[in-house]
Design a protein. Structure first.
Length: 104
């Protein structure tokens, strides 16, 4: 898992709004994670930026409903992404097995 930090300056907005910094990550993780989290009904805004191409980091912003912690939304999004990846791998491996059986 990449190194994760919180961007300073979010303390006044409460725990429902946070910007997280992922080290050694970029558009690949940012785009798919944003796509998953934006579908949650308790999320008001979700977006990411890669501040500069020379820096290998991504800023990921979540603004959730007042009674929802942004860190919990991030955790749920990462868990859902893991399930999507697991399903993709299982489907791919099953298709390879079917193809190999048909080649025999």
């Amino acid at each position: 898992m990449p190194l994760l930090a919180e961007l300073a300056g979010d303390e006044s907005s409460g725990e429902s709004s946070r910007t997280f910094v992922f080290e050694d990550e970029g558009h690949t993780l940012g785009n798919v994670l944003k796509s998953i989290i934006c579908k949650y009904s308790d999320v008001n805004f979700c977006g990411y930026t890669v501040p500069h191409p020379a820096e290998n980091k991504m800023h990921f912003r979540i603004q959730a409903a007042r009674n929802v912690r942004a860190i919990d939304v991030l955790r749920r999004g990462l868990e859902d992404l893991e399930r999507v990846c697991d399903h993709t791998i299982e489907t791919f491996e099953a298709a390879i097995n079917v193809h190999q059986e048909n080649q025999s």
